[in-house]
Design a protein around this ligand. Sequence first.
Ligand code: SF4
Ligand code: SF4
Ligand code: FES
Length: 255
Amino acid sequence: MTKDNISRSARQLIFNILRFDPHLKGDRPRMERFEIEESSGMTLFIALNDIRRNHDASLKFDFVCRAGICGSCAMVINGKPGLACHTLTASLDTEITLAPLPVFELIGDLSVYTGNWMRGLNERLETWIHEQEEHDFTRIEEPMEPDLADEIYELDRCIECGCCIAGCGTVQMREEFIGAVGLNKIARYQLDPRDKRSDEDYYDLIGDEDGVFGCMTLLGCEDVCPKNLPLQSKIAYLRRKMLKIGLKSPKKICF
Ligand code: SF4
Ligand code: SF4
Ligand code: FES
């Protein structure tokens, strides 16, 4: 084999995957090893399908869009939360470790149920536009400044993948902590002029240790957010705003 052929020959990838099905009686968590040949442009989505097709049809993992939009393929990749459909194997070493996201309910292997956690969060933070008057569907929509609409859209790009929750130290200590995903949602509604909630209303939602004052600002969330949301600046902004309200209110501020 020539030097050129050797450099172009496909890499052998070794996957160490955390396997466990909590619904299977007697099953125990264990690492399982699979070896596959890397192909050009291979993502972890393709690699996992290869493993399922050629090695173990029982391997559980989630995918819907394969385009970084649905958020369902989030998992812990070599110790860091990320989207499997957006991760090229070429960007990783030949030995790859995969585990399910912590915090969320485990369905089995790499598949977790983020839906109920996110639904609970959305209900708790009331993540919808709060109007004062009854909505009139015949009324023409009010225009919005394009720059403001862009700013809101930027925060609306959250895909609820759960990576920021899995990478957050506070969530590990405080089960009720809303995390960067929750704080980002409040920042989004607080920007929206159609939402008539006051800063005091938002304080009631996030002005405690399960909200903005629980955040340790170590910014693991921003490091792992696959949509590159400006979590750092939004959390800092909310913290300043809520602190001002807290200092005016008789409520005790917790740090
Ligand atoms: S900055 Fe706050 S929300 Fe983000 S990971 Fe750290 S504690 Fe969690
Ligand atoms: S803020 Fe980023 S990491 Fe967190 S759920 Fe939304 S998209 Fe995922
Ligand atoms: S499959 Fe939808 S984000 Fe990866």
